[in-house]
Design a protein around this ligand. Structure first.
Ligand code: FAD
Length: 414
């Protein structure tokens, strides 16, 4: 019931009334973080009124969207609705949050309706920081798609690959850390290679990278040598990999060492927390949101929590698995705070599966805990797939990746 969140005169000014009313939590963003947190809250404490502010009628998931780009998966398999959340008593508010009135503890929606909260959760994911890459803007993204927010951009990149002639050069520009899904650009290169090997075998893929090392690097490079010999070239920062400017009209990418003209250019620009984070005052000068690692409460605005890609997660990578883990820990902390208990120190897990081919998967896992004000990795608790694993292990990991996707989307939306 949205009435529970009405920002009436008495919403916060009448303590006697508030003391008896259900505590109200407003969640901005219905992605892996926000949807998982809303569900966990409602399940663990049905007495809390939970509103999920999300303008879209359905969510489009990024994990496995690289398989859509490679023609291995249908886009419809990436779509998830909010009916499951509504059935559990969560109010889906189909609006965009445009600002926050922190003093009054109110969220202002695009239609100027205000929702009052006792605790607010900001989980808007990322925005592309196009200002950081000269020549790149929304119009350029129509010619050089980023496909880093799943949806129309994913389809566009797929269509461009289909239209490309055999022998064409595909260039992927990968950003510096931190960014959403550290292994994502390299999984994408692998699956595009899988498509090209079968359909346009004279083509090549060039990865221009703004860093000197990347997630699961040795596993990716060993997989590329075995599956796609001579097809994928990676150029790191020190060898001129950083793209400094693009010219969308000619699909040209410039680096400090020269320029590359692509048949298909996948430009993944630098990123920052979704725009509402800055409008709410929870993002700092880095563009990301500093948080307390126990409660996920913003270090900048009280009573506001930030989870998922938007948060400064310390050693935790920006992933759907992380967003879901932070959602569960964040929900427990919020319940404790609302019910006058001490929040417990969380232990969080992240695992990221990457596909190099339909039957070839690899993974990395880590365990994280609060340390010196940040989420730090627990030494020796994680690791990657073995470098010399037999084909059967790679096939099993590919299957685990699919099973993980079914589990996490089931937890968030099912
Ligand atoms: P999101 O999932 O982006 O959700 C944010 C939501 O907030 C959106 O629904 C948006 O509409 C909403 N929103 C934004 N602003 C507002 C506003 N002002 N008002 C209301 N709503 C708003 N992760 C993995 O764990 N495993 C993988 O295999 C994996 N593969 C990936 C592959 C690719 C190609 C990419 C790009 C990403 C991949 N990821 C993967 C990363 C994963 O998709 C993200 O880390 C995850 O989606 C982050 O969740 P989130 O809730 O923080 O943000």
């Amino acid at each position: 019931m949205l009435a529970a969140f009405a920002a009436g005169a008495c919403a916060l000014a009448c303590p006697a009334v508030r003391a008896q009313a259900a505590p109200r939590v407003v969640v901005i963003g219905g992605g892996f973080g926000g949807a998982s947190l809303a569900r966990t809250l409602k399940r663990e404490d049905p007495g809390i009124a939970v509103a999920l502010v999300e303008p879209n009628g359905h969510y489009t998931a990024c994990p496995l969207s690289n398989a859509v780009i490679a023609g291995l998966r249908d886009m419809a398999q990436q779509h998830f609705g909010y009916a499951g959340l509504a059935a559990e008593g969560i109010t889906h508010v189909p609006q965009r949050a445009v600002r926050i009135e922190a003093e009054q503890r109110r969220v202002v929606l695009a239609d100027e309706v205000r929702l009052s909260y006792d605790r607010l959760v900001v989980a808007p994911g990322i925005d592309l920081n196009v200002d950081a890459l000269p020549g790149y803007d929304n119009a350029a993204a129509e010619l050089m798609p980023h496909a880093w927010k799943a949806g129309e951009q994913t389809r566009l990149l797929r269509r461009q690959l289909e239209a490309m002639e055999d022998g064409g050069l595909v260039v992927i520009a990968a950003p510096a850390n931190p960014f959403r899904c550290p292994p994502g650009p390299y999984e994408r290169a692998s699956l595009i290679a899988h498509y090209l090997k079968a359909h346009k075998p004279r083509s090549k893929i060039l990865i221009l990278d703004s860093k000197d090392a990347f997630s699961k690097q040795r596993l990716f490079e060993a997989g590329w040598a075995a599956l796609y010999p001579g097809m994928i070239e990676w150029v790191g920062l020190s060898f001129g990999g950083r793209v400094t400017e693009v010219d969308a009209a000619t699909r040209t990418l410039r680096t400090e060492f020269g320029e590359h003209r692509a048949a298909v250019a996948n430009v993944i620009p630098p990123q920052r927390a979704g725009a509402i984070a800055a409008l709410a005052g929870v993002a700092d000068r880095t563009g990301w949101c500093p948080i307390d690692p126990v409660t996920f409460e913003s270090r900048l605005v009280p009573h506001v929590h930030v989870i998922g890609d938007a948060a400064i997660g310390g050693a935790m990578p920006k992933s759907a698995f992380t967003a879901n883990a932070q959602a569960k820990a964040g929900a427990s902390a919020i319940i404790a705070l609302l019910r006058g208990r001490e929040p417990a120190e969380p232990k969080l897990i992240n695992t990221c599966y990457s596909l190099l081919a339909p039957d070839y998967g690899i993974s990395i896992a880590g365990v994280y805990t609060p340390q010196n004000g940040l989420l730090a990795e627990v030494e020796g608790a994680g690791g990657t797939s073995p470098l010399d694993a037999p084909a059967g292990v790679r096939a099993e990991e590919a299957a685990y990746g699919e099973a993980w996707f079914a589990t996490i989307t089931g937890e968030a939306f099912g």
